[in-house]
Design a protein around this ligand. Structure first.
Ligand code: C2O
Ligand code: CU
Ligand code: CU
Length: 494
């Protein structure tokens, strides 16, 4: 593809697109990739739109989700065609206690197939939203399962192979929060003092319509948007009291990672990760969160005076060829009222018993950094992103594991130049170590997880014991462009 065609194809009207010339020369070492996407310049707004808080629905009844084409106001004063599970973008926050059962009536009012995957929930294979369990346009399905796992910030989104990124981008995603007795006993900030924030970047045309049309170069880099949204609102603010807040953050973007920080560089506290509480809180002033990952945070606003404004922002980071070089604000907190708060940070949160590496009965290696293998053009069955040289095939089982067995899986990105957040369905894992690259674990990686970020040059080892739910699950890169391009495998619990 000629470079001028690439510029034409990105076609986002008056919105600024900056293409770094050196990127074309040095950024891509793959063949046939003359149209690498360059970088999309983030557009910061004026943070004058109130944050939207999705409605919370108890999931132990019979909640209803209906995937549909609808409209929402992402940019203040404008409405945009989106997808939602209700007549608005995103879905309700489903909440449940460990041990309870849910029976979700899901209908598909889209004009295309979809389904729902319960990201981080340990559910039977036929309830997990495997790409072969599709709900056709005009059909419905009952997702029925029992919750038997730790409290944590889980989420749901579509999983039809080749269409996941588009459907998530258009607005299909929601929180699924599990509570349990251990967590309740900590008396963490709740009610108005507990926020769930889904951060997603959107590519938006100058007529305010959503635009999901990645070029092949953007399948490589991920489809980055210029408009960073929280809970479907671009450039929002939220009023807070002089209190501690519990802030659950989901990176629901298709490809963009964020290095979360507060604009005054204040420390905040990591208390949990993908699958619940870590052992004890860890004070940080920045935290990387890749697509699919969640962080459970405490922010202490109690020491600020009324009228103070501060931002949740993303600091720059070393993110491979495609992202991380810019820093930008995500949302604004306005301390607007004085309240007294007696909350004190618990000295310990939970007990995380490490799975000893010696208990692994099998070690598997997943090569995620190599681009070799036959490919000629963009419409071949095998995409550009592979795992162990293989592109996703719905009918091929790539790994068989025994229920109850412990294994170590290594995600090897040591030859790669892109970031790959690797996600495994049907199980929670612990991160053993990271060799190369950052060379160490971060705060969220000290607990239970289902998605782990593998930066270029990194080899990340995870350890897990497979549950008794037998059947076919997937593992994949949670850069959704990579996933749809084929960076996914089936594994089976037998
Ligand atoms: Cu959230 Cu298979 O993914
Ligand atoms: Cu998942
Ligand atoms: Cu990837």
């Amino acid at each position: 593809m000629e470079r001028r065609d690439f510029i034409r194809l990105t076609g986002i009207g008056s919105v600024a697109v900056f293409i770094t010339p050196s990127f074309f020369i040095s950024g891509c070492r793959k063949e046939n990739m003359m149209d690498m996407a360059g970088s999309i310049k983030i557009m910061e707004g004026d943070f004058s739109a109130p944050l939207a808080i999705p409605q919370t629905v108890l999931a132990n009844g019979s909640p209803v989700l209906n995937a549909q084409i609808t409209r929402a106001s992402i940019i203040k004063g404008k409405t945009t065609k989106v997808f939602g599970y209700h007549p608005s973008i995103l879905g309700t926050t489903l909440k449940i206690n460990n041990g309870e059962t849910t029976n979700i009536f899901f209908s598909n009012s889209l004009a295309e197939e979809t389904n729902i995957h319960w990201h981080g929930l340990l559910v039977p294979a036929n309830m997990d939203g495997h790409p072969e369990n599709i709900v056709q346009a005009g059909s419905s399905f009952n997702y029925n399962f029992n919750i038997n796992q730790r409290a944590g910030t889980y989420w749901y989104h579509p999983h039809p192979h080749g269409k996941t990124a588009h459907q998530v981008f258009m607005g299909l995603a929601g929180f699924f929060i599990v509570n349990d007795a251990e967590e309740t006993a900590l008396n963490l900030p709740s009610g108005n003092y507990e926020l769930s924030l889904a951060i997603q970047d959107k590519r938006i045309y100058s007529d305010y319509s959503l635009n999901y049309s990645p070029t092949s170069g953007e399948v490589m880099t991920g489809y980055l948007g210029q408009y960073v949204c929280v809970n479907g609102i671009y450039s929002p603010y939220h009023n807070v009291a002089t209190r501690w807040y519990r802030v659950r953050v989901l990176n629901g973007s298709t490809a963009r990672a964020y290095n979360l920080a507060l604009s005054n560089n204040a420390n905040f506290y990591v208390i949990g990760s993908d699958a619940g509480l870590i052992a004890s809180s860890q004070s940080v002033n920045n935290l990387l969160l890749a697509p699919g990952e969640r962080a459970d945070l405490l922010i202490d606003f109690s020491t600020y005076s009324v009228g103070t404004e501060m931002f949740l922002q993303s600091n720059s980071f070393n993110g491979g060829v495609a992202q991380g070089s810019d820093s930008f604000k995500i949302m604004k907190f306005i301390i607007d009222r004085q309240e007294t708060d007696t909350f004190t940070l618990p000295s310990s949160l939970s007990v995380i018993t490490p799975i000893p590496a010696t208990s692994s009965s099998f070690n598997r290696n997943f090569e995620i950094g190599a681009m070799e293998g036959p490919h000629s053009g963009m419409n071949m069955s095998g995409g550009m992103h592979k795992i162990n040289g293989k592109s996703y095939d719905m009918n091929r089982i790539d790994a068989s594991v025994n229920a109850g067995a412990t294994e170590i899986w290594t995600f090897d990105n040591s030859r790669g130049d892109e970031i790959h957040p690797m996600h495994i369905h049907g199980v929670h894992f612990q991160v053993l170590d990271r060799i190369g690259g950052r060379g160490a674990l971060i705060a969220t990686e000290t607990g239970w997880k289902d998605t782990v970020l593998c930066m270029p040059n990194e080899k990340v080892r995870v350890i897990m014991t497979f549950p008794q739910h037998k059947g076919k699950f997937v593992l994949h890169c949670h850069n959704l462009e990579h996933e749809d391009d084929g960076m996914m495998l089936n594994y089976e619990i037998v």
